[in-house]
Design a protein around this ligand. Structure first.
Ligand SMILES: [Zn+2]
Length: 89
């Protein structure tokens, strides 16, 4: 069985997001970021603007995923970055 990628994109629909290229600055604003711990399944929403202030707008989503730390168990490795697309009015 193939090893699952460490990052899942939960973006339904047609707008594919390339996490290696996409950064906090280029990510369309109707996406909401979530992080999920691979170990304890703790899930939390991520404030993209807060992350951008701390790490800079040029941080790629792939790099952001690597920096995720679980607030439940403290796990730092292999956490998932999930993208949720908000309905646009
Ligand atoms: Zn955890």
């Amino acid at each position: 069985m193939k090893h699952r990628r460490s990052i899942e994109l939960a973006s339904p629909g047609h707008h594919a997001v390339e996490i290696e290229k996409e950064t906090l600055a280029t990510l369309p604003q109707w996406y909401v970021l979530h992080g999920r711990c691979r170990i304890c399944r703790h899930e939390t929403s991520i404030d993209g603007r807060e992350i951008a202030r701390r790490y800079g707008h040029d941080l790629s989503l792939a790099n952001l995923a690597k920096r995720l730390k679980c607030q439940g168990c403290g796990n730092r490795s292999d956490n998932l970055l999930l993208l949720q697309k908000l309905p646009r009015d």
